[in-house]
Design a protein around this ligand. Structure first.
Ligand SMILES: [Zn+2]
Ligand SMILES: [Zn+2]
Length: 147
């Protein structure tokens, strides 16, 4: 991946995995490093495309993704197209409920929008009864490439 926003060293990845209570395996380390370097949430297929050529097994990669998500090291996003996407969690600043995502309805590309805030403000005097706890903000439209 050309545009990396975050390089996680192997030592740091190991430490994070252990701190989360998991055993540090080469697959977990590889998956976490790849997620950390990505600029958008990745599906299992995206991660497998990169890590299978490096000798990892597809189903092991999937297990690692789920384990990392369950351990709180990654966010698991369901953006409504029945594909789980994963993104590395960077401490307190990077949580799924803190930045919206944008999905292109033409090519299906998903992007993080860390610089965008979406607020739900009820109109005066009304309660938004239908909204319980918002866990995901997803914007849909045409990306710059498809426009
Ligand atoms: Zn597009
Ligand atoms: Zn994101």
């Amino acid at each position: 991946m050309a545009d990396k926003k975050h390089n996680l060293s192997t030592a740091d990845a190991r430490a994070m995995i252990r701190a989360a209570g998991l055993r540090s395996t080469t697959c977990r380390v590889g998956v976490l490093q790849y997620l950390a370097a990505a600029t958008s949430p990745l599906s299992h297929a995206d991660v497998a495309d990169h890590l299978v050529p490096e000798g990892f097994d597809k189903s092991t990669i999937y297990r690692c993704l789920v384990e990392l998500a369950e351990a709180g090291l990654a966010n698991r996003l369901d953006l409504g197209d029945h594909v789980w996407r994963f993104e590395a969690r960077r401490g307190e600043q990077h949580r799924a409920d803190e930045h919206p995502h944008f999905m292109c309805i033409d090519c299906g590309k998903v992007a993080c929008l860390p610089e965008v805030t979406v607020q739900i403000s009820p109109s005066k005097g009304r309660k938004v009864a239908a909204v319980g706890a918002v866990t995901e903000v997803l914007l849909k439209g045409h990306c710059a490439d498809c426009q």
